[in-house]
Design a protein around this ligand. Structure first.
Ligand code: BTN
Length: 261
């Protein structure tokens, strides 16, 4: 079954093709790094870089994002939202909802969001999101933001490497005609609606519904140490509200957590 990433196929399935300027690469170092360079040189809002593989795909905390060929979607989108840096988490949240909705409409599979930037299927990581931006120090707003999305669509030919084998999952077991192109287009279609309404936070209720953290006991990972807490809620700025064992409430703007089993 042929599922080759193809610019024209993606464009054919966009609701508003004029909003995006898409380039597809068979291999790249990192779609985020490439697009950040373009952004610094004045690339337009809606520039999209998609690759079939990345040699230096990365996630938060400089971690490597395994990006083997012919199996995933590695995509970065250039945005210029009217947002202060402390609200940039809303971009990641909007993208997470766009991705979960797109996956459900194409596969009927129910995914979950693990605050703030991971998408899980059956409790394992299916997708990671990395938003990187350039701050205007005078206005404290973002000049631009690069939204990076990495999805494990098929099991890689060489399987997931040992490091992530137990925690990663792919979306489909068998190749499906044109699937990755359709998924890219559906994500971009959903994304353009949410990004236009970023300040109204129309996606937030869905983000909360998709969250896998409701009332969960978690560990907050800070400087290599795990600190226990219980999740109370995700608030309207997409921050995680937790209760510490001593009863104190804490609000996390970003960070890393693990779910206790
Ligand atoms: C994470 O898991 O911490 C986020 C992973 C984000 C990976 C995507 S793949 C496309 C884009 N290019 C990158 O180098 N990273 C993001």
């Amino acid at each position: 079954m042929s599922d080759v990433l193809c610019k024209d196929e993606i464009i054919n399935h966009l609701s508003s093709p004029e909003k995006f300027k898409i380039s597809v690469f068979s291999d790249i170092d990192s779609t985020n790094s490439h697009l950040k360079t373009l952004a610094k040189h004045g690339a337009e809002i809606g520039t999209v870089i998609i690759a079939d593989s990345q040699s230096n795909g990365h996630g938060r905390y400089e971690r490597k994002f395994h990006s083997p060929k012919n199996s995933g979607i590695y995509m970065s989108v250039l945005l210029k939202p009217e947002l202060t840096a402390d609200k940039s988490v809303l971009i990641t949240a909007a993208a997470a909802v766009a991705i979960c909705d797109a996956i459900f409409s194409l596969t009927s599979k129910k995914t979950q969001i693990k605050w703030v930037n991971d998408i899980l299927l059956n409790g394992k990581k299916l997708c990671g999101i990395l938003t990187e931006g350039s701050l205007n120090t005078q206005s404290h707003k973002l000049d631009w933001a690069v939204l990076g999305i990495g999805i494990n669509v098929y099991i890689p030919k060489e399987d997931f490497n040992q490091e992530i084998k137990d925690i990663a999952i792919s979306l489909l077991n068998n190749r499906k005609e044109n699937f990755r192109n359709l998924l890219c287009a559906e994500i971009l279609n959903n994304l353009s609606t949410h990004i236009e309404n970023l300040k109204d936070k129309t996606f937030l209720e869905k983000y909360k519904e998709y969250s896998c953290l409701k009332n969960k006991k978690i560990n907050i990972i800070k400087d290599g140490l795990s600190e226990p807490a219980t999740v109370l809620e995700i608030d309207d700025d997409c921050r995680l509200v937790v209760k510490r064992p001593n009863g104190e409430k804490e609000i996390l703007v970003s960070g890393e957590i693990s779910i206790k089993v």
